[in-house]
Design a binder for this molecule. Sequence first.
Ligand code: PLP
Length: 394
Amino acid sequence: MFSQQMYTLGSRRSVIREIFEYGKIRSQQIGAENVFDFSIGNPNVPAPACVNETLVKLIQTMDSTALHGYTSAQGDQGVRAAIAGNLNARFGTRFTANHLYMTVGAAASVSICCKAVAQPEDEFITFAPYFTEYRVFVEATGAKLVVVPPDLDSFQMDFDAFQGLINPHTKAVIINSPNNPSGVVYSKETIQQLCGILEQKQKEYGHPIYLITDEPYREIVYGDIEVPFLTNYYKNTFVCYSFSKSLSLPGERIGYVAVGYEMEEGDKIYAAVCGAGRALGYVCAPSLFQYLVKECVGQTSDLSVYKQNRDLLYNALTGYGYTCVHPDGAFYLFVKALEKDAYAFCERAKKYELLLVPGDDFGCPGYVRVSYCVKTSTIQKALPAFQKLAEEYK
Ligand code: PLP
């Protein structure tokens, strides 16, 4: 016999992957230039020069066995110290290397944090729309994911609904800002309100409630938007970061967990993070890319293309009659489907070679995600298809 839970996960791919795979087949059939693949969050902007320069330098100057060898399980000390220093300089925090744990990207960071704190009967709360994999990470620990329904007007947090769901079994709250799939960024006031409720509930229930903040899009914001740094607002915070989007390195798998420097029993929790990484079999994050991020921390790819894409797509789509919240960050547009069933709408979109992702698995039926980390020329070419699709519904 085998695990039914794992079989289900493996045989039913994520809807995003499903459409991405369809896009690859379709590209072979009709040519990639004729497929408008808005399915996946694979950055289309090249990594900054620092990445290739550092790779060459590391290969030429570092001892090969050290470069490609195992590092400490929690990551190289110098790498962690460099990241801690960078966070402290940018956000006025007080991290040391001993708060940092290097991971294979944000997905691993979140799953490690869930595993580090989960006990039987625990509940993790998240706000819809949410990154689909949270359900997988939470349920793999044996805990339950509780979803706060979306506020369809603003896609901000619905605090009344949240207060109705938080209870003594709540172990952690997972948030993601800038948000995939809505593009919404939580303001300082929103964060203060959330943290106020968590403080009060911790006291009332007599146990910590952790805040797991998933931040692979931290640097991808448009205009004068501030993304509050959560450990400055709430002690029991885990920051889950990844260089996948900021340095355009999603396939290289590198990120970290930063355990709040004022977390209650922080040393023990950090040990639990190390234990979770061990139990999940991570051993250590890729050594080459650990050394690389030490040199490139604080840099980003040229993110200006995403703003250009956002403006182009948002203005055109709303002009054609689509409705969607104006995204302040990340690289997704979350559009109301033009019929109730978002799957049916995405199927219709395929007629025009438009590959969109239904919002159902993000906890938001009736909406679709359009991932605009593509070439601007692809968007330009796809606009008539969006327009024709909208006309079908008039
Ligand atoms: N969290 C969110 C909100 C994401 O959008 C993604 C990837 O798209 C991840 C986590 C996983 O990121 P990584 O590639 O760093 O594992």
